[in-house]
Design a protein around this ligand. Structure first.
Ligand code: GLN
Length: 306
């Protein structure tokens, strides 16, 4: 297949060295800024990769759509929608975007909504086990056992005052009734699960194939949950750049501050990129460039007639 050569060409063309490493989580500033990887998984499970596709980094906010999916599977649509809305906030990932009177987070892709989704996964009698359930979910999606980078988690815990504040507000509004510190600690570990672009492409590929992990064949999410997750990725996954992203690239997507980026083409492809230098939205600069190229070259924009 000529695809790997093409992907290598995309990486070369999109290498420009601009952007800056996330440093509000101290450990994220200690990475090699020049790593760059791109992986594709078809709905049938064929994988294509180029660049540093074995390089491990923390999943960060790319965990959010999957944990939202888990909350929907466990608690049902009505319970989850009652606690987390599905409206784009048009604001940054760490904004306090809560509905005026109820305190309900605007969507599950911003931190307020993601903290709530994490709390929804937790069982009242054993709240501390949610992280283990989430690690198991992400592992099933990747098709291999994933670990938590405790060093990155500990580093984020040192500086995560803003998430602690948001979690306390949510507790105050009774969006959840768990201990806010415990929710933050679990959420931070959720963000610290180690992945490669191959893992992320498998996760995205599972959403592309209607919830069935393309390699193991395991049904991880139901069809209605996949549709809901992809809808919020399309409208909210890129935070305050969601409209620009959807109109120019046209692929439901999710970014993370460690430099990962996934995209899902329903019925077709899961895509993942990694490059840790970020733009002002906290999204990988070279990752966006690579998606732009793929979307243009392979006619992937969802709003184009086939
Ligand atoms: N753990 C990070 C945070 O909560 C995730 C943010 C992101 O990747 N956008 O700040």
């Amino acid at each position: 297949s000529p695809l790997p050569d093409y992907l290598t060409e995309v990486l070369d063309a999109c290498t420009d060295g601009s952007g800056t490493l996330a440093d509000y989580i101290p450990e994220l500033a200690n990475v090699d800024p020049d790593r760059f990887a791109l992986s594709l998984v078809t709905a049938e499970g064929t994988t294509y990769s180029a660049g540093d596709d074995n390089h491990v980094f923390t999943i960060q906010s790319i965990s959010k759509p999957f944990v939202y999916g888990l909350a929907l599977e466990k608690r049902g649509f009505e319970a989850v929608l009652g606690k987390i809305d599905v409206e784009p906030s048009g604001e940054a990932f760490n904004e306090i975007s809560l509905e005026r009177d109820s305190g309900r987070p605007l969507n599950p892709m911003i931190n307020a909504g993601a903290l709530t989704a994490h709390a929804l996964v937790a069982d009242a009698d054993s709240p501390g086990t949610a992280i283990e359930e989430i690690r198991a979910l992400l592992s099933a999606l990747a098709g291999r056992e994933l670990d938590i980078d405790e060093k990155v988690a500990a580093s984020e815990m040192q500086t995560t005052y803003r998430n602690v504040a948001i979690a306390n507000l949510l507790r105050g509004y009774e969006i959840f009734c768990d201990d806010p510190d415990e929710v933050v600690a679990g959420y931070v570990r959720q963000c610290s699960v180690d992945v490669t672009t191959t893992d992320l492409a498998m996760m995205a590929g599972t959403l592309a194939s209607g919830g069935i992990q393309p390699r193991t064949g395991v049904q991880i999410f139901s069809r209605p949950v996949v549709r809901q997750v992809l809808s919020v990725m399309a409208t909210c996954g890129m935070y305050d750049a969601a409209g620009d992203w959807l109109s120019t690239i046209g692929i439901p997507a999710k970014s993370g501050v460690s430099g990962g980026l996934i995209g899902v083409l329903p019925g077709q492809l899961g895509i993942a990129a990694y490059s840790p230098r970020l733009d002002e939205h906290g999204t990988s600069v070279q990752g966006v460039a690579a998606f732009e190229r793929l979307s243009r070259d392979m006619n992937l924009h969802l709003m184009d007639a086939p």
